[in-house]
Each structure stands twice: as C-alpha cells, then as structure tokens.
Design a protein around this ligand. Structure first.
Ligand code: NAD
Ligand code: UGA
Length: 449
C-alpha cells in the first residue's frame, strides 16, 4: 500500500519507519526543512533506539522517502496519517491548530487524486479530544468533493521503546464507520498484530478518541497512587517493594507500571491529563480521581528537593540554604532511553537547588544537548557520570539509565565529599548501601527488602 505520514516527530517518524518495515511504500511529510534535510541524510532528529537503522535501511531501498509537500504523495495514497503535535493550550485543552492545518492541506491536495479513486483513508493518529474526527472531516470536506473517510487510530507507543511498541502492539484501536476503512487499516496493521498476537479493536471514532486519553490517565493514576503509597511507607516503617509485589501479584491489578519515581513527566501524560480534565469539566462530569493524580504528581516532582532540604536542615525561606554546596545530578531525560526533557522532573529539581544557592553538575547519556539548549550554563555538564561526582556534597539520581545502576559505587563514593545519595529511581538496595557506608535516601523503603 501507499502511505503518507504527515508530521515526522516521535510518532510520525516511528510510524513511517514501521510501515516501511512492513513492506509498504511510505512518504513522510514535515514542514520543518531542517528536520527533513537531516532525516534524508539518515540522521534521526530524535534519539530512539533502532530508529536510525530503519531510516537508513528503508531510505536506501526506496520504500521510505521524505518531502516537505503533501502533494508529492496524495495521488497514490491509500491512507494519510496525521501525526502532528497537539500541545496544551493556555486553558488546558489540546491545541488542534496543527491537526486542522493538515486537514486543510489534505483537502486542498485532494484535487490531485484521480476521479473515481477509492476513498482516501485519513487517519488521525495524533492524540485528540472526542469530536476531532468530525472536525477534521468538516475541514477536508469544505475543500474537496473527492471521496475520503476520517478514521481515529490513537498511538500507544512509549518513547525509548517506540519501535518495538509500534511493531508489536498489545492492541490496535480503530475508530471508523465503514468496512473500506477497516480493510485498509487491517492491511497495514495485520503483520504487526500477527507478530504480537495483539488485539484488533474496531469501534466508533469518539470511543477511539476517548480510549487514548483514558489509557494515559489510567497509567498516570497508577504511578501517582504508588508514589503516594511509597510516601506513606516511609512514614509507617514499610517497604514499597513488598507492597508493590503484594498488590501486583493480583492479576486484576498487575505488576507493571507500579514503580515509584520522582514524578511522571514527558510530552504526553501532563498535557493529556489536562486535556481530559478540560473535556470532563466542559461536559459536566468532573474527573476527580484525575484531579488528585495531577495534584499528587505536582507534589511528587518536589520529593527529591524536599529530601535534600530535610537532610541539610534548610530553614524555610532561607534563599542561601544550600550556598557553598555542590550536587551531582545523574539523569535529565524524563525517563531512560530517550533524549526527551519535556516536563522532566530534573528541570524542577535543578531550579529548586539553584534557587537555594547550590551548584549543580549534571550528566545524562542523551539529553544533555537538549538541557543545554534550554537552560544554558546555569549548571555544569559532565561528559562522564563519575566525573560529575568529583568534589560534590551528594549525588542525586533522577533518571533510571541502566548504566547508573551498575556503577562502581566505591569509586563514586570516593569522588564525593561524603557518601550521600538521593535516589529518585530506587536503583540500589538500602541495606547494601548502608553496609557500604552511604547515607542513602530513596523512595518508600524504610525497611530492608
Ligand atoms: P512532535 O512534536 O515530536 O512532532 C510533530 C511534528 O509535526 C513536528 O516535526 C512538526 O514539525 C510537524 N508538523 C507540524 N505541523 C505540520 C504540518 N502542518 N505539516 C507537516 N508536519 C507538521 O510530536 P510527537 O511527540 O510525535 O506527538 C505527535 C502526536 O502524537 C501528539 O498528539 C502526541 O500527543 C501523540 N503521541 C505522542 C507519543 C510520544 O511518545 N511522543 C505517543 C503517543 C501519542
Ligand atoms: C506514555 C504511555 O506509556 C504510552 O502508552 C503513550 O503512548 C505515551 O505516553 C503518549 O501518549 O505519549 P511515555 O510518555 O513515552 O509513554 O513514557 P512512560 O514509559 O509511560 O513514562 C511516563 C512517565 O512515567 C515517565 O516520567 C516515567 O519515569 C514515569 N513512570 C513510568 C514512573 O514513574 N513509574 C512507572 O512505573 C512507569
């Protein structure tokens, strides 16, 4: 089949490479000239394991190409995927300007399709509120009388394992009204579902649109819940690892996505939660559990800074409470295996430490260029994570890069002024750390595990 993928960010680039991997002829479109130039040279503009190889392989074989102009591929396309951003507007709702701009461009370009061609399946893969398929339909229909159908096909991939998630999905959700659209979509996804034994879930477009937000909300809710339980464990002398195993072994609950952390971030959970809250309010169904999730996460993003302040006995309101102290910070990305720093808690932590007069030396395996572009030299950057510890008062861990977990702790301890660690990812065992002479602060583990 011929596939157009419009928007070559995290989702679009992975989808384009994934459909090419399944043998389809794919044209990726973006309005960002620099991005397209880079991709054409075989350089991925984002760090995503496995993506460079797929881009190189399929551009070389001619199954995957990139362009700035949607008109280059519209005539032959069986399906056109809209994969542009839906950032948060000031009032919390999803900003649909990019989605609707693409809809308009598709409508204009439809004249290039041969009269009598099969209806173009326009696929909304961006995360969009209920009713967007209808708005996209109206925007296209206002510009053409050629046949098309708008389908909702939300994307569930995670950054850092996006290729695997895309090629082996748990399920594919399709909101569509006709069998023609379903047939085209099945043709595209069947190879992936066969590989993963995943489920094909056809439904109406509004249900598909809401499924995406509800999935992210449920995942975020689990994280905030376990974070709150971890906080309680610290107060009552329990260990969150036991509690997590204890609840997760009930198959109705499940063991995944129950790792306490320093607050969830990323490009999607924070904005999608706000968008869903807005939809709830607008429809007279406030989502109270979700409001609590957002509030719990706001608190959780401060948790490491609060532990630092408590350890050093910082007086409330003292702007120089950490003056003269230096901290090594391992991990800047909002999670491991990505360079993405959108809504990363590391940025809030840096702000808190700097605002109390501390110096911060940071390290990350992929995200340092993005942080440098955002905050410049307010912090120092260490190319080597052990070197970040040299002369620092304490070590903080914000991202769970596996290399940190297998560090030579003796060496890290020797480089610090004192063996003090604030671990926001529970990478180490408290009892072993204690035996090795560390003052070790982690999340929710006030007893041995
Ligand atoms: P992104 O910001 O990385 O990429 C969006 C791309 O669209 C950019 O390259 C931009 O230049 C391009 N673009 C904007 N307007 C355009 C236009 N008119 N024509 C062509 N290209 C245009 O965004 P993303 O992270 O890939 O997210 C895209 C959507 O997918 C969002 O709705 C997001 O919520 C959703 N989503 C993201 C993820 C994720 O892990 N990032 C996962 C699932 C769903
Ligand atoms: C998330 C969802 O997992 C994807 O299914 C969805 O497609 C995507 O959002 C989206 O809509 O963009 P992603 O943001 O890439 O994917 O990353 P996650 O692995 O979900 O992690 C999100 C945040 O939660 C990170 O800050 C992570 O550290 C945190 N987290 C995750 C925890 O603190 N504990 C956990 O157990 C899991």
């Amino acid at each position: 089949m011929h596939v157009l993928v419009i928007g070559t960010g995290y989702v679009g680039l992975v989808a384009a490479a994934g459909f090419a991997e399944a043998g389809h002829k794919v044209l990726g479109i973006d309005t960002d000239q620099a991005k397209i130039d880079k991709i054409r040279k075989g350089i991925s503009p984002i760090y995503e394991p496995g993506l460079d190889d797929l881009l190189a392989k399929h551009q070389a074989s001619g199954t995957l190409a990139f362009s700035l102009d949607i008109r280059d591929g519209i005539a032959q396309a069986d399906a056109a995927f809209i994969c542009v951003g839906t950032p948060q507007s000031e009032d919390g709702s999803a900003d649909l300007q990019y989605v609707l701009a693409v809809a308009g461009a598709i409508g204009e370009a439809m004249a290039l399709r041969p009269a009598g061609a099969a209806p173009l399946v326009v696929v909304d893969k961006s995360t969009v509120p209920v009713g967007t398929a209808a708005r996209v339909t109206a925007a296209i229909a206002a510009r053409t009388d050629r046949a098309f159908e708008v389908v909702s096909n939300p994307e569930f991939l995670r950054e850092g394992c996006a290729i695997d998630d895309f090629l082996r999905p748990d399920r594919v959700v399709i909101g569509c009204r006709t069998d023609h659209a379903e047939k085209i979509m099945r043709g595209l996804y069947d190879p992936f579902l066969q590989a993963s034994k995943g489920q094909w879930l056809r439904m109406d477009p509004p249900s598909a649109e809401l499924t995406k937000y509800a999935a992210n909300a449920m995942l975020a809710l689990r994280i905030s819940f376990i974070n709150e339980i971890a906080g309680l464990c610290e107060r009552v002398g329990a260990n969150v690892e036991y509690v997590k195993n204890g609840i997760g072994s009930d198959h109705r609950i499940g063991k995944y996505f129950l790792n306490p952390g320093p607050g969830f971030g990323g490009s999607c959970f924070p904005k999608d939660l706000q968008a869903l809250l807005k939809v709830g309010r607008e429809n007279g169904r406030p989502l109270r559990a979700l409001e609590a999730t957002v509030e719990a996460n706001r608190h959780q993003k401060q948790v490491l800074a609060l532990k630092v302040k408590s350890h050093y006995g910082c007086e409330a309101g003292d702007p120089a409470a950490l003056a003269g102290r230096r901290f090594a910070l391992w991990g800047l990305a909002f999670k491991a295996h990505t360079d993405d720093i959108r809504e990363a808690m590391s940025l809030e932590l840096i702000d808190s430490l700097l605002s109390l007069g501390a110096e911060v030396v940071v390290h990350d395996f992929e995200a340092m260029p993005n942080v440098r572009a955002k905050i410049g030299d307010r912090v120092a950057y260490a190319e080597d994570f052990l070197a970040a510890c040299d002369g620092a008062d304490a070590l903080l861990v914000a991202t769970e890069w596996p290399q940190y977990a297998s560090v030579d702790l003796e060496e890290a301890g020797r480089r610090l002024k004192e063996k003090v660690m604030f671990d926001g990812r529970n990478l180490f065992r408290p009892e072993a750390m204690g035996r090795a002479g560390w003052t070790y602060h982690s999340l929710g583990r006030s007893t041995a595990f």
